[in-house]
Design a protein around this ligand. Sequence first.
Ligand SMILES: [Zn+2]
Ligand SMILES: [Zn+2]
Length: 368
Amino acid sequence: MKLVTRAAWGAQPSKHSLAYIASTLGVKVHYEGAYVPKSLAAADAHSSCAGRMRDIQASHLANTREDYSDIAYNAAVCPHGVVFEGRGLHRRTGANGSSTLNSQDYAVLAMLGNSGLVQPPDAQLDGLVDAIQWLRSGGAAGKRVRGHRDGHATSCPGDPLYAWVQAGARRPDGEAPQGGPGGEPVGGTAIARYQVTVNGLPYGYGATGAHVTAVGTALVKKGFGRFYAVGPGPEWSDADTRAMQAFQLSLGYKGTAPHEDADGVPGPVSLQRLLGTLPGKATTATAPPYPGRSAFILGKTNPAVTVLDGGLVRRGFTRHHAGKAYAPGPLFSENTRLNVRDFQRATPALAGAADGYPGPLTWRLLLS
Ligand SMILES: [Zn+2]
Ligand SMILES: [Zn+2]
């Protein structure tokens, strides 16, 4: 395999630190979904492929709506079959469509379009298999290979590449991708090492805070203290994951492999069952004054929208920003409006007129 490292193609540093991920169930294949010139596949055009990587990364870093930390893909493969390191091994992708989907699979981009260059050259298919094997051997990717459209509403990775995925993601000579620990980390028992955010607070391996100590303490109280050699403490360790897993199994949850229901990484339901309440980031007791309807005009920015976004994030109404590192910002986007509408629909006093535009009552109920 021909691998071009980030340094070699001139990557910019990540904007935010990238989430560590120990293993995945597999790899999802993507395409660019826009016009890609056929000339990119010419034998003498490879010298422009590194520049294309820089352009893709720059466009992701400039995408304030998605607030990507880096190029969204773990790797990309040019038409000449060369593999470019993206986020790389053991880094959670931002490309699959939701935080769950991003934790389940790595993402590999084929430099291929929905017009112009639409058929993957043989060399590119070889390169895609190289990338998949690299993610398996170095990143503990599991055996499945899927398309972005599996489980998410998108045409990606386009019909030709999707047909190739469905036929087994084989090399042009018919050889299937090799290796793959089947979702288990290499050389050890599978233990989930990813994080989730519940009500604004992080849980899972490496998460820190007083709320982590509170979870451990509650687990000990419920009789799951045998997993702790030391602690519990404010940094989420494998001991916390194992104790939480035993608690989830006691609730009747099934599936102990990473990303299954009883993998020891809590969701809102198991946390509530454990703690009796769902902790959240400290909220302000009273809402700031309503800024007026003119603060919320689609496509326009206003400082009040950042405050509004903060309330949406705290209360977990971020579905329409799903899967992205979503940070509150001043733009009143269509996604923001849809998140507000979800909040209104879920709030009996507001459900009758849920249009996604915050009036004084929406503002007060969301922010107090
Ligand atoms: Zn895609
Ligand atoms: Zn190339």
